[in-house]
Design a protein around this ligand. Structure first.
Ligand code: 5RP
Length: 247
């Protein structure tokens, strides 16, 4: 199951480049320019982060000295493919920079939620949050379709397998509608890199992401939720011909 899931993620990154893929590539490549010699870098998951990993791989081939911490099986495989030296969180004193994608980003400087994210479309948000939160600087890479004024996509929860029904009940008490994520071509649920299950939870437009994040984190059996509040330092938004940096 883990391998099927990784396969699905890899396929996601290997689609033919179209309009939004050009934007993703611009965002990923520009963010990779922020990786400095001698640093520890967190490698995010997904098709946009994959462009950053590819660009970091090219820089490593040209002599850049980095140690990288992947956030998923997929990003680890890509890093191995590009000969990027790998390390782990417990082997380093800190993470200098993390580069990661997002499913939605609040882009509204007037809003208290500006810069809040929904992540976990690839089911990797638990390790992503661990690494992104540990980083001194966390850059989000996105195409313009990810920008929003309200977070209104479903919020992924990684849950212990035994907990999925009781967590689903608690989500309903918070006025959410949970769905167990299914593997596309197989009977049975998606299993994460950590051996857990995923509940995708519809809350409509989330008025207060911070409050929802606190409520979700307090449910026993929730390993991690996909709301990233107050973590992102900058968002690199790729466009057809360049990158807009949002702070
Ligand atoms: C994986 C993630 C991804 O970063 C998010 O789904 C964005 O992916 P993509 O860049 O392919 O649109 O959170 O868990």
């Amino acid at each position: 199951n883990v391998f099927l899931f990784a396969d699905r993620l890899m396929n996601q990154t290997m689609k033919t480049e179209g309009g939004s893929d050009t934007a993703k590539r611009h965002a990923g490549e520009r963010a990779a320019d922020a990786v400095e010699d001698g640093t520890v870098v967190g490698l995010g998951t997904g098709s946009t982060a994959a462009y950053a990993i590819e660009a970091i791989g090219q820089a490593v081939a040209d002599g850049l000295d980095v140690r990288a911490i992947p956030t998923s099986f997929q990003s680890r495989q890509l890093a191995l493919e590009y000969d990027i030296p790998l390390t782990t969180l417990d082997a380093v004193d800190g993470v200098d920079l993390a580069i990661d994608g997002a499913d939605q980003v609040v882009d509204d400087p007037e809003s208290a939620a500006h810069g809040a994210l929904i992540k976990g479309g690839g089911g990797a948000h638990a390790r992503e949050k661990l690494v992104d939160a540990a980083a001194d600087r966390f850059l989000v890479v996105a195409d313009p379709s990810k920008l929003t004024t309200d977070l209104d996509r479903s919020v992924p929860l990684e849950v212990l397998p035994d907990a999925h029904t009781v967590v689903a009940e608690r989500v309903r008490e918070l006025d959410g509608e949970p769905t167990l994520r299914d593997a596309e071509h197989k009977d049975g649920p998606v299993v994460t890199d950590n051996g857990n299950l995923l509940l995708d939870c519809e809350f409509g437009a989330v008025a207060d992401p911070d409050a929802l994040a606190t409520a979700l984190a307090s449910i026993p059996g929730v390993v991690e939720h996909g709301l990233f509040v107050g973590l992102a330092d900058e968002t690199y938004v790729g466009t057809a011909d360049g990158v807009d940096v949002r702070t």
